[in-house]
Design a protein around this ligand. Sequence first.
Ligand SMILES: [Zn+2]
Length: 244
Amino acid sequence: MDVYTLDVKFTFHGKEDTLHPVILHDNYETILVDCGYPGFMPLIEKAAQHQGFSLHNLTGIIITHHDIDHMGGLYEIKEKYPSLKIYAFETEAKYINGKEKPLRLQQAENIYSSLPEDQKPGALQFQESLKNVRPVAVDVTFSAGEKPTCLKGVCIVHTPGHLPGHISLYVEERKTFIAADALVIEEGDFNIANPNFAFDLKEAVASVIKIRAYAIDTMICYHGGMMEKDIQHKLDKLITKYNS
Ligand SMILES: [Zn+2]
């Protein structure tokens, strides 16, 4: 299974940023892992082309968790390419397919009244944007530790904390770990994604400890991109930071 990291560049509130979805490719499948904010299809298309892929050739999309920057673009891509299979973790599917209110929206609504007044307009705007994420049916669900037949040599690693149904992917033959939001890279180091808004920070740190046990030569973070040096040492540093 080959792994291609995409660089999806965009500007948000005047700030330049990059997201890093991944394409997993072998002779049978071409699967995109996460797909950006609503309206991002052209950006994903461009980033995929840069790696030699067309979205026409995709066979599926894995959503690592229901956050607006990971699944916001899913509806439009599925609409244009209806044969795509949609994959997600078994406990996350109900938010992606719209059967239950997304946990991030529940969290945003729950903390709203406790926010300082000056943060409330932005928080409301955030809630609105979450409400505008259109649900999509999930075709196949994964369980923890599963090695799906459609993903030869890839292991589904349940990495809760950021959200309870968050998954990462371990590509064994490449020793590549697709962390999604279980880790971010900030100024050359790993960190927990938005620790203040982690659904369960303790669990997020436990997930980092779980990741530490894998033999990893390349770490791919949705926010921050690729890390290829000192991975174990940097994970140790992060674990110590949160456990001391
Ligand atoms: Zn996220």
